[in-house]
Design a protein around this ligand. Structure first.
Ligand code: TYM
Length: 327
C-alpha cells in the first residue's frame, strides 16, 4: 500500500487555507493509502513563539485534524518533537545539502524579510521537512502550492543519497489539490492566506465564530467590474471566493461560475459565507468534543509507538550506509 504523509505547523491558528490545501486531501485519500499526519512543532520554533501558546496550539492542531475528518483508525498521528529520529536524520541530510540549493528556497526568502534576526533553523527548515518525509518512505505528500518546492528538495536529496549510498529512500511526490492549492488572503487576494499574517481581517480561522466569518467574507476585497467569473489574474478577489466555494462544495470551478454568473458580489459573498460557516461549524462541534476528551493524548501515544519503531529501523539502515556508529 502506498504511503501518504503530511503535517501542519502549530505556528499560528489553522485557517481555511490550511484545511483546503493541507488537511482535506489527507481525508480524501485516507481509505486508499497508509496515512501519516503529524504536528511539525519543531518547525514552529524556526520563528519566535510563546511557549504556552505553542503548547496549546499543538493539542489544538491534533483535535482539529480529527474534527476535520482525519480518522484515528486510518491514520498514524504523532508529534515531530517526540520522535528524535527526525532531527537526527535532518543533520545527516544537512550534510548532503548544498548551500546553493538551500538558498534557493523561496519561502525562506519571503519569511526572512519579516524578522530582524533570522534563525539558522529558518534556513535549514526545508531539510528537516525532507527528514520528516524520507524517514517514513512516503510516496505522496499532500500540500498546498507553497510547499511544493520543499517536497522537491526532499526528492532531490533522496535521489542524491540513493546515488551515493545505494537505494535507501523513496522519491516522494507532492500531491497538490486541483482546486484550492493557494487560498488567498481576503483583504489582499494576491497574497496567500497565511496563519502568520499580522492583519487577521483577511484570514478565516477554523475556530472563528459565525459572525466573525460572515463579516470577514462580506468585507473581502473584490473589484469594481461587478461581473462574476473566474479569472485569477484580473479578478483575484472574486476568483478566490469562487475557489473557496468550489473546494467546499462538490462543484468544479466551471459549475460554480455557472451557478453564480448572474449574482451580484453581495449575494455571491453571502453564499460563500453560508458554505464556509456550515463547514466550519461542523468542524468546531467535533473539535470541542475532542478537546474535552482524552482522545488527543490517546492517539498521540499510539502514533508515537508506531513511528518510533519505523523510524529506528530506517535510521539504523541510514547509519550503516553512511558509516556512522557501530552497527
Ligand atoms: P504550513 O503549516 O505552512 O501549512 C500546512 C499545509 O497547509 C497548506 N496551506 C495552504 N494551502 C492552500 N492555501 C493556503 N492559503 C494555505 N496555507 C497553508 C500548506 O501548503 C501545507 O500543505 N513545512 C510545512 C509543514 C511540514 C510538512 C512536513 C508538510 C513540515 N514537515 C512534511 C508535509 C510533509 C508547513 O510549514 O506547512
Amino acid at each position: 500500500m502506498k504511503r501518504l504523509l503530511t503535517g501542519l505547523q502549530p505556528s499560528g491558528e489553522l485557517t481555511l487555507g490550511s484545511f483546503i490545501g493541507g488537511i482535506k486531501q489527507s481525508v480524501k485519500f485516507q481509505d486508499e493509502y497508509e496515512s501519516f499526519i503529524f504536528v511539525p512543532d519543531l518547525h514552529a520554533i524556526t520563528v519566535p513563539q510563546d511557549p504556552l501558546l505553542l503548547k496549546e496550539r499543538i493539542k489544538k492542531n491534533v483535535a482539529l485534524y480529527l474534527a476535520c475528518g482525519i480518522d484515528p483508525n486510518k491514520n498514524i498521528i504523532y508529534l515531530q518533537s517526540e520522535n528524535l529520529y527526525h532531527t537526527n536524520l535532518s543533520w545527516i541530510l544537512e550534510c548532503h545539502t548544498y548551500m546553493g540549493e538551500a538558498s534557493r528556497m523561496t519561502q525562506f526568502k519571503d519569511k526572512s524579510k519579516r524578522y530582524d534576526n533570522v534563525s539558522v533553523g529558518l534556513f535549514t527548515y526545508p531539510i528537516l521537512m525532507a527528514a520528516d518525509i524520507l524517514l517514513y518512505d512516503a510516496d505522496f505528500v499532500p500540500v498546498g502550492i507553497d510547499q511544493k518546492q520543499h517536497v522537491e528538495l526532499a526528492r532531490d536529496l533522496a535521489g542524491r543519497f540513493n546515488n551515493k549510498y545505494g537505494t535507501t529512500f523513496k522519491l516522494p511526490e507532492p500531491l497538490i489539490p486541483k482546486i484550492g492549492a493557494k487560498i488567498m488572503d481576503l483583504q489582499n487576494p494576491t497574497k496567500k492566506m497565511s496563519k502568520s499574517s499580522e492583519d487577521i481581517k483577511g484570514l478565516i480561522f477554523l475556530l472563528d465564530n459565525e459572525d466573525v466569518i460572515r463579516k470577514k467574507i462580506m468585507s473581502a476585497v473584490t473589484d469594481s467590474d461587478n461581473k462574476v467569473y473566474f479569472d485569477p489574474e484580473n479578478k483575484p478577489g472574486i476568483s478566490n471566493l469562487l475557489t473557496i466555494y468550489s473546494a467546499l462544495s462538490d462543484l468544479d470551478i466551471k459549475q460554480v461560475e455557472e451557478k453564480f454568473k448572474n449574482y451580484n458580489y453581495g449575494n455571491l459573498k453571502k453564499e460563500v459565507a453560508d458554505i464556509v460557516i456550515e463547514k466550519i461549524l461542523e468542524i468546531q462541534k467535533k473539535y470541542h468534543e475532542y478537546m474535552d476528551s482524552g482522545l488527543v493524548d490517546e492517539v498521540l501515544n499510539k502514533g508515537l509507538k508506531i513511528v518510533q519503531e519505523i523510524a529506528q529501523n530506517k535510521y539504523n539502515e541510514i547509519l550503516k550506509k553512511v558509516g556512522l556508529g557501530r552497527i
